[in-house]
Design a protein around this ligand. Sequence first.
Ligand SMILES: Nc1ncnc2c1ncn2[C@@H]1O[C@H](COP(=O)(O)OP(=O)(O)O)[C@@H](O)[C@H]1O
Ligand SMILES: [Mg+2]
Length: 286
Amino acid sequence: MTATTAPLVRLVDAGKNYGNIIALHGVDLEVSAGEVTCVLGDNGAGKSTLIKIIAGLHQHSAGTYEVESSPVRFSSPREALDRGIATVYQDLAVVSLMPVWRNFFLGNEVRKGPRMDIAFMRRTAKKELLDMGIDLRDVDQPIGTLSGGERQCVAISRAVYFGAKVLILDEPTAALGVKQSGVVLRYIIQARERGLGVIFITHNPHHAYPVGDRFLLLKRGQSLGYYRKSEITREELTALMAGGAELEELSHELERGGAGSADAAKLLGEEVHELGIDRISTGEAP
Ligand SMILES: Nc1ncnc2c1ncn2[C@@H]1O[C@H](COP(=O)(O)OP(=O)(O)O)[C@@H](O)[C@H]1O
Ligand SMILES: [Mg+2]
């Protein structure tokens, strides 16, 4: 295997403890160029912990983390960024009153002698956004006037322009309506088509399935399954996310609840079976 075909990011048996709390345990993940990897799970599943490790905010406490085949242990997001791993957080750090082009170049301002090269930055921001299919009439407008979806898209195209190889998106569609979510999902596909490896965090299987190539399902810090798209249908993914996990849980609770609830537990068990959960919930990482 040559360096160019090695995954951009590879985690093997990765774990993270915060003191006594096991936030992540035994997780495998591979992110390759030109692929979208979706990480799904409910609150507390360990999604943020996982991306914090990849993004250099935290360090893993078990297992290995490799970037393009070399083991890494980042001590800051800057180090991860230097290796081409960029993260777009849900609460974007933008300066609302500043123009779009200034936000695009924030922290990477281009100078011409002692002065900022405003003409270059304005022109470049406009062109880069247009290349991603974002047609802003005016890059001088304050970024605060853009919709949430548009702001996410500016952040994505900025990461692409500054040379990201891996793009981590932390719940980019969580606060958006249906239409705006669609806009962001289109840019996820654009980033993939440009050859980036995208890690898309979401709890919505309907957002994940159309754009994802691989799906990692987390629950309470552990992998509930890791699938290529060919190995799972949208219905199975949805059932696993929405129905399966909760129904299974409820069924266990009812079983513990004593005699009266045993029948209910049995009924629920059948429902879980009907949803096809028992066929897929044991999936291990390939
Ligand atoms: N800094 C921390 N200190 C202690 N526990 C944490 C910390 N961050 C996360 N956790 C715990 O780790 C688990 C996974 O959390 P998190 O990764 O934030 O999940 P998610 O993003 O999927 O909601 C949770 O039980 C959470 O309470
Ligand atoms: Mg989180």
